[in-house]
Design a protein around this ligand. Structure first.
Ligand SMILES: [Zn+2]
Length: 225
């Protein structure tokens, strides 16, 4: 069995850092949560949303799944983990923002791209990532001669747009957006450079929102971002 001691040490360090210097914090936290935003991110261990955004406890209501996808609104007897999380954030916590937080080099999107070659991933993964099948099909149609890497980077961004559109199929999301009470954001994080882009609905482009941390790394990564 792998040694999990480092996680226990991490919890002790966390407690010391956050509660040792601020004993009142615990009292504030147990009173309830009022996060500003729901962030829908990928499960990928390299892009922890709280770490990447340097957020504190209570800042973000975070929903993570393979490839940060939102399925369309669908009432059925299945277990709707994603939809229930969105419902709680929007209807109960009344967040003012929803951020779909996509990222580069996403394994889930890689599985989606591979499915075009007839490779269905896992028991559940293939069906799940198929939510963004239209993104994959669009990329393959528009850039059939690009390298698989470039196609995957493009699909990662297109899949964010699929999730944004699917969010608007939830009636209580649509209503709040129409009233100006809720804003939807599509963000794309390049883990190779640290650069963050956002989807500009006016230009229909992913534009730079936060610059990369290293100009050299940026040059290196530009060919695949
Ligand atoms: Zn991912």
């Amino acid at each position: 069995m792998a040694d999990v001691t480092k996680f226990l040490t991490g919890i002790e360090n966390f407690q010391q850092q956050h509660f040792g210097e601020n004993p009142e914090l615990a009292n504030t936290l147990i009173e309830g949560q009022k996060p500003q935003a729901l962030l829908i991110g990928c499960c990928d261990s390299r892009v922890d949303p709280a770490l990447v955004t340097d957020s504190s406890q209570g800042d973000l209501f975070i929903l993570r799944n393979i490839a940060n996808l939102v399925p369309p609104y669908l009432k059925s007897n299945e277990h709707h983990g994603v939809s229930s999380s969105i419902e709680y954030a929007v209807c109960n916590l009344e967040v003012s923002d929803i951020i779909v937080f996509g990222h580069s080099h996403c394994g889930g999107i890689g599985a989606l791209m591979d499915s075009a070659k007839g490779e269905e991933a896992g028991e559940f993964i293939g069906k799940w990532v198929n939510i963004a099948a239209s993104a994959r099909d669009k990329v393959l149609q528009e850039m059939p001669n690009e390298t698989p890497d470039k196609q995957a980077r493009a699909c990662e961004k297109e899949a964010i747009l699929v999730s944004l559109r699917n969010l608007m199929t939830f009636p209580w999301v649509r209503e709040r957006v129409a009233k100006g009470q809720l804003s939807l954001h599509g963000w794309y994080y390049n883990m190779g450079t640290g650069q963050l882009r956002y989807y500009n609905q006016l230009t229909e482009e992913f534009e730079v929102l936060v610059k990369h941390y290293s100009p050299d790394r940026q040059k290196e990564q530009e060919s695949t971002s």
